[in-house]
Design a protein around this ligand. Structure first.
Ligand SMILES: [Zn+2]
Length: 314
């Protein structure tokens, strides 16, 4: 029996690490406070557009979210999201625009969360994921789901109100489960989705259905996708995944059967791997390591016992 040290337990999961930002939700309905915060010289803001922000390299080599004081910000009254306050009292806002601003120095570049989430500090990644999640919700919920009237933005981006029927609509988050399936021989099951290229294997995942407990969702998804029965289900961690509005809930699912029967709709191929088999498959290129930002990589690492080989996410 090999003794393993878990080198991965203390590493934060991308987009999940504490950002140090107090969302200060009690200020969202206080227009006077928001106006004062917006015009304060220490306030910082950034533009979000189509899930992207501008990032830039700092002189010390770190990647930063491009932020400006509010007095330099492009004018946009309607789509100004208040994101919170840091420990120094600095307020942060995101401005939702139809395009990202141009930059005179030309060194900044647009980036989405899959790229920026790996490069930015937990603070800036946290601000970005909040802004992108709000933007996605705002874009897709412009009309009242009760009466069909056009809704208006309120609460600094966190509510949409219907002027016709008075309904208030709140940002939506769709729970999804993602799980490493482990059998009694301590092997992991990885699957390849039908639209994935040859060699790309990862954990199984799926949406929680209405009226379903998340543990039952784990068991149902695993059974539907690969025909494996699951007993104990162990929660590991969560990850905001605003593509466009999911929250990934990560589990270890303990298999009670081993015969794979893929559904062919979502999963094209699934295999059990021992650690040695997965290591050999990475080395030969038969299996490609998962993208760095996803909690999937961390669920696999948690079982694997060491960091996975990395590959570019873009
Ligand atoms: Zn309405």
């Amino acid at each position: 029996m090999t003794t393993r040290t878990d080198h991965t337990a203390d590493r934060p999961i991308s987009l999940t690490a504490p950002s140090g930002i107090d969302r200060a939700a009690h200020h969202r309905l206080d227009e006077a406070w928001l106006a004062a915060a917006w015009s304060h010289p220490s306030t910082r803001c950034f533009v979000v557009s189509g899930g992207q922000v501008l990032i830039d390299e700092a002189p010390d080599g770190r990647t930063e979210l491009v932020m400006t004081p509010s007095f330099e910000a492009p004018l946009t009254e309607a789509h100004r999201y208040f994101l919170g306050i840091d420990e120094n009292g600095v307020s942060y806002f995101a401005l939702q625009k139809d395009s990202l601003p141009g930059r005179m120095d030309d060194s900044a570049r647009p980036a989405g969360l899959r790229e920026a989430g790996l490069l930015l500090s937990p603070r800036e990644a946290g601000l970005m994921v909040h802004a992108v999640a709000l933007e996605n919700w705002q874009r897709l919920h412009r009309f009242c789901s009760r009466c069909g009237e056009r809704t208006v933005i309120a609460a600094a981006g966190h509510i949409r109100r219907c002027p016709a029927c008075g309904a208030e609509h709140y940002p939506r988050t769709d729970p999804a489960v993602i799980m490493s399936v482990i059998d009694d021989k301590d092997r992991i099951l990885l699957g390849r989705q039908v639209h994935w290229p040859e060699g790309r294997f990862s954990t199984l995942a799926g949406f929680v259905e209405p009226g379903e407990a998340i543990e039952e969702s784990v068991r149902r998804e695993v059974h539907e996708e690969v025909g494996i029965a699951v007993g104990e289900v162990e929660y590991v961690a969560s990850q905001p995944w605003p593509f466009p509005s999911s929250l990934m809930l990560g589990f270890v699912a303990h298999a009670t059967s081993s015969e794979i029967n893929v559904d062919g709709d979502e999963i094209h191929e699934a295999r059990w791997f021992s650690r040695d088999e997965l290591r050999a498959a990475f080395e030969s290129g038969e299996v490609l390591p998962p993208y760095g930002i996803s909690i999937a990589a961390r669920l696999i690492e948690r079982w694997y016992g060491e960091e996975l080989p990395t590959r570019s996410a873009f």
